[in-house]
Design a binder for this molecule. Structure first.
Ligand code: PLP
Length: 359
C-alpha cells in the first residue's frame, strides 16, 4: 500500500495506515429513547414480552459469573434454522459476522466487491483489513440490484463479495436464482448474503448452503426480533468453512444474556409473524400516504422506505426530530433521499401526519 503522510497531534501514536485512511463512521446513537424510532430499521414495538419474562426467570448470579456456554442454544438455533450445529457460528450481531468473514478470508490489498450504496459496516471492516474495495452502483432506475454488472465485475482474484439481500438503504434485492449466478461466478471468493431483513421479504439463500462452498449467509436478532441491544447474529456456511471461522473468532464474543433471549425469542414465532405482517400492511399505508403528498419513493422489500425530499432532506429530518419522529437522512449517498423505518400502521399514520404538516 502506498504510504501517505498525515500530520498527527503531538503525543498520538501512529495507527496502521489502513486505519489512518478511514473516514470516521459515527451513526447517531444518542437521544433516541423517548422518540418514535423510525431511523434504524429496528422493531419499533420491542422484543416479544416472553423474552423478558424468560430472562427474569432464568438470569442468576451464578449464571452471570460463568463464561457463556453455547451448546444448548446452538442446538436450538440449528433446529430453528433447519441446519446442523456445525453449519454456523454465533456472532455478536451481523457486524461481528462481517468482521469474522473478513478476518478469515481477506488479506491486505485483497479485492472485496461491494454494492453502493449499502450497509456501512461492509466497507468499515474491509477498510480496517486494508482490502482493496471496488464498488458496483445500484442501478439509477428504481435503485434495482445490479446483477449483470456485479457478475461481470467478479475476477478470479476477488476474495469477498458482501451483499445485503434485501439491501439497506435501497430496499431492493435479487432472487435466489440471481444469488446462484453470483455463486457460480465467484468460485474463488467468500460470498456473504446478509439476510438481516429476511422476515419481510421471504427470500433466503440458506437452502443453497450444501451446494456452494463459497456461500456465507448471515441472520440477525436485531431487526424483526427486536433484540438489537443484545447484539446476536448467526453466520452460516459449510462446516469445513465454519471450522476456519471459529479459528478467527474470539471464543466468548456472544454473551449469555443474548443466548437466553434468543432461546425465548425463537419459541414465540407467532409474535414475529404478527409483527412482520403488521409492517407489510404499514408499508402499503406509507406508500399511499406518500403518493397523496406527491412524494416519490422507492418500493422496498424490507421494513424501511427511501423517499425523495429533494434539497430539503436534512431540514425535513431535523423538523421531524423536533416533533419527536426520527428518520435517517441518506442524501449524502442518494441525492435528496430520506429513509423511514416502517413500524406499525399507527406509527406510520403519526409519521404521515407530522410529514404533511411540514411538507
Ligand atoms: C443490511 C444490514 N445488515 C446488518 C445490520 C445490523 O445488524 P446487527 O445489528 O446484527 O449487527 C443492518 C442494520 O442496519 C443492516 O441494514
Amino acid at each position: 500500500m502506498a504510504s501517505k503522510k498525515i500530520d498527527l497531534p503531538p503525543g498520538v501514536l501512529e495507527p496502521r495506515e489502513a486505519v489512518l485512511k478511514m473516514a470516521p463512521y459515527s451513526p447517531p446513537t444518542g437521544g433516541r429513547v423517548d422518540k418514535l424510532r423510525l431511523d434504524f430499521n429496528e422493531n419499533t414495538v420491542g422484543a416479544s414480552p416472553k423474552v423478558l419474562e424468560f430472562l427474569r426467570a432464568n438470569l442468576t448470579e451464578a449464571g452471570l459469573a460463568t463464561y457463556p456456554e453455547y451448546s444448548e442454544i446452538k442446538q436450538d438455533l440449528a433446529t430453528f434454522f433447519g441446519v446442523e450445529t456445525d453449519d454456523f457460528i454465533l456472532t455478536n450481531g451481523t457486524d461481528e459476522a462481517i468482521q469474522v468473514l473478513i478476518n478469515t478470508y481477506v488479506d491486505d490489498d485483497d479485492e472485496v466487491l461491494l454494492l453502493k450504496p449499502s450497509y456501512a459496516m461492509y466497507r468499515f471492516y474491509a477498510e480496517v483489513a486494508g482490502a482493496s474495495i471496488r464498488d458496483i452502483p445500484y442501478r439509477a432506475e428504481k435503485l434495482a440490484f445490479p446483477l449483470e454488472e456485479l457478475i461481470e465485475s467478479i475476477r478470479p482474484t476477488t476474495r469477498a463479495l458482501l451483499i445485503a439481500n434485501p439491501n439497506n438503504p435501497t430496499g431492493t434485492g435479487t432472487s435466489r436464482a440471481g444469488i446462484e449466478r453470483i455463486l457460480e461466478r465467484a468460485t474463488g471468493a467468500a460470498v456473504l448474503i446478509d439476510e438481516a431483513y429476511f422476515e419481510f421479504c421471504g427470500i433466503t439463500a440458506l437452502p443453497l448452503l450444501n451446494d456452494y462452498p463459497n456461500l456465507f449467509v448471515s441472520r440477525t436478532f436485531s431487526k424483526v426480533y427486536g433484540m438489537a441491544a443484545m447484539r446476536l447474529g448467526c453466520l452460516f456456511s459449510q462446516s469445513g468453512n465454519v471450522d476456519f471461522l471459529h479459528k478467527a473468532q474470539s471464543p466468548y464474543s456472544v454473551n449469555t444474556v443474548a443466548t437466553l433471549a434468543a432461546h425465548a425469542a425463537i419459541q414465540d414465532k407467532a409474535y414475529i409473524e404478527k409483527y412482520a405482517t403488521e409492517v407489510l400492511a404499514a408499508r402499503e399505508l406509507l406508500y399511499v400516504g406518500l403518493e397523496n403528498l406527491g412524494i416519490n419513493y422507492y418500493e422496498s422489500k424490507a421494513n424501511f422506505v427511501l423517499f425523495h425530499a429533494g434539497a430539503r432532506a436534512i431540514p425535513i429530518r431535523d423538523e421531524l426530530r423536533r416533533r419527536g419522529v426520527l428518520v435517517r437522512d441518506r442524501s449524502y449517498e442518494i441525492p435528496g433521499c430520506v429513509r423511514v423505518t416502517v413500524g406499525t400502521r399507527d406509527q406510520i399514520r403519526r409519521f404521515l401526519t407530522e410529514l404533511e404538516q411540514i411538507w
